[in-house]
Write a protein that binds this ligand. Structure first.
Ligand code: SF4
Length: 303
């Protein structure tokens, strides 16, 4: 990577009191230059706690929106405004209203991978790291889980006293992983431990030794005394896995779990937004207020 870009980024960060947050699915060079790297929950918490004036959020649109909702007085900049998560749009407020009518007392549990508009219509937000715990702790009998059906079906297995209503959204990247690809990788590396993200389908999860969020997979692998792992999630996680575990080997089933939106976050794009302060996340006052309620509830319940 061009060291002049890094130097200029560091100068601007100091000059403007800016901080860079990056998701584990961003390119490795972006993770290397960020001040904080993590999954959605960690980054949301960090965004809320920072005293920086500018937050540059290397992630996708819903993450920048969450940072803005939690910090309405700060400037939140996205390196590339086109970086969006298709799953975030895979539910509608009309569907939510219909379910609320059909199931009085239902809790609408919204995965943070969702638009600010969907958060406004929900009761609580969750991430893949805390979805099971928060859903299980709710007093409601019925839970409408949006937008990811795969994560919803996975957590429903543990919250057995609840009745779940599923939505039909999914992450196109994780959902694309096929059972035959995983089994092929397992046959090539029979000693490897299979670690999967709950956004993958049941046909992947049933062959997995460990199921967890990106940060949970990193923790699990780092603590494990095994040497080989088959990873069923986005390939960007390899940067942190390799950094923390130099002696271990990682194989990616199918070899194509790549989120093109996350890869739009580049050092050049970060430098550009820091220089020009463009690509600011702007949300209306009404959205900021309404969407804050389920997000704050998540931070409180997820502690
Ligand atoms: S990996 Fe999937 S859920 Fe994550 S941002 Fe990309 S499309 Fe959205």
């Amino acid at each position: 990577m061009d060291t002049r870009i890094i130097e200029r980024i560091n100068e601007l960060k100091k000059e403007k009191n800016a901080v860079i947050l990056a998701h584990y699915y961003c390119p490795g060079e972006v993770q290397a230059l960020a001040d904080y790297v993590g999954d959605s929950f960690y980054l949301a918490k960090t965004a809320k706690e920072t005293d920086a004036d500018i937050i540059v959020f290397a992630g996708v649109r819903f993450m920048g929106e969450s940072a803005k909702i939690l910090n309405p007085d700060k400037k939140v900049l996205m390196p590339d405004m086109k970086a969006d998560c298709p799953m975030a749009h895979m539910a509608t407020t009309e569907q939510i209203a219909k379910i609320r009518e059909e199931y009085p007392g239902v809790a609408v549990v919204c995965y943070v991978n969702s638009t600010a508009e969907l958060k406004c219509a929900s009761d609580v937000c969750v991430t893949s790291a805390n979805a099971a715990r928060i859903s299980g702790a709710l007093p409601n009998k019925y839970i409408y889980f949006i937008p990811d059906q795969n994560l919803g079906r996975h957590i429903a297995k543990t919250a057995t006293d609840k009745e779940f209503i599923f939505n039909d959204g999914y992450c196109p990247i994780h959902n694309d992983l096929r059972e035959d690809e995983l089994l092929q990788t397992v046959s090539e590396h029979p000693e490897a431990v299979v670690c999967s993200h709950p956004e993958t389908r049941e046909c992947i999860l049933r062959h997995s030794d460990f199921i967890g969020s990106t940060s949970a997979i990193i923790d699990y692998v780092t603590r494990s005394d095994k040497k080989e792992f088959i990873i069923c999630t986005e390939i960007g996680i390899e940067y942190e896995l390799s950094k923390n575990n130099p002696g271990k080997k990682f194989y990616f089933a199918g070899g194509r779990c790549v989120c093109a939106d996350m890869k739009l976050n580049t050092p050049e794009a970060i430098l550009d937004v820091l220089e020009n302060e463009n690509n600011e996340v702007i949300l209306s006052g009404g959205i900021l207020q309404k969407a804050l309620v389920p997000l704050e509830r998540m931070l409180e319940l997820g502690r």
